[in-house]
Write a protein that binds this ligand. Structure first.
Ligand SMILES: *Cc1c(COP(=O)(O)O)cnc(C)c1O
Length: 223
């Protein structure tokens, strides 16, 4: 199946999941994760209407950004080393992996303007995962207010690697609740209206639980 066919199926699934949740599918943006694939394949995705593109390495992002044509919006979805911030921060539209104050500080120093960031949350508490723990999220977001170029548009999480729907759903629900808790604080620098959650295997569940950005790689562009 080519990207166009896969894309159509994904759109249908998104429509159905949104309808089940009483949501509009227009509120869900697909980030096509192109980290596994060639520039040509990424171009096919963009041409098929999936022009929000996600990469987890800065070399991959900068290379694709250089060669892709037409409308593109760039999402950095991987963990970002502080020393590499200066090489990529002004080339991206969204950062999905803000997970420490030292990174925020470096972004603030290097960014030309406001950067839309998702705070990455380690909802499942797995040790090997990046992200702020739910207990510390309010304090973390509060501390970000001193970095005037950081705008917290939402929260991001990576669900556990499992096919158990209950576990996945709970993870997404927990992230959604955290977003609501943050709202009660009314942080000006953190409107936090978005949820980046759900990947190839679990994006429909994520949408049912409120995802506004789903990050889809293998199911859309292949591995
Ligand atoms: C690779 C990756 C994805 C996409 O994974 P698929 O399972 O191929 O859809 C999504 N989010 C992040 C952070 C990733 O690194």
């Amino acid at each position: 199946m080519d990207v166009i066919e896969k894309g159509k199926r994904i759109k249908m699934n998104i429509n159905a999941a949104s309808a089940r949740a009483g949501r509009s599918a227009d509120d869900v943006t697909v980030v096509a994760v192109t980290k596994y694939v060639t520039n040509e394949r990424a171009q096919e995705a963009a041409d098929a209407g999936f022009f929000h593109l996600g990469e987890n390495r800065l070399e991959g992002l900068l290379e694709k950004k250089e060669v892709l044509t037409g409308q593109t919006v760039w999402h950095f979805i991987g963990s970002l080393q502080s020393r590499k911030v200066k090489d990529v921060i002004n080339d991206i539209d969204y950062l999905h992996s803000l997970d420490r104050l030292s990174l925020a500080k470096e972004i603030n120093k290097r960014a030309d303007g406001e950067i839309k960031c998702f705070v990455q949350v380690n909802v499942s508490g797995e040790e090997q995962k990046h992200g702020i723990s739910p207990e510390n999220i309010i304090e973390f977001i509060d501390q970000l207010s001193k970095y005037d170029k950081i705008k917290v548009v939402g929260l991001m999480t990576m669900a556990p690697h499992t096919t158990d729907e209950k576990i996945l759903r709970k993870c997404f629900k927990d992230l959604s609740k955290l977003k609501e808790t943050i709202h009660t604080h009314g942080f000006l620098h953190a409107p936090c209206t978005e949820l980046s959650m759900g990947m190839s295997n679990d994006y429909e569940i994520a949408i049912e639980e409120g995802a506004t950005f789903v990050r889809i790689g293998s199911a859309l562009v292949g591995e």
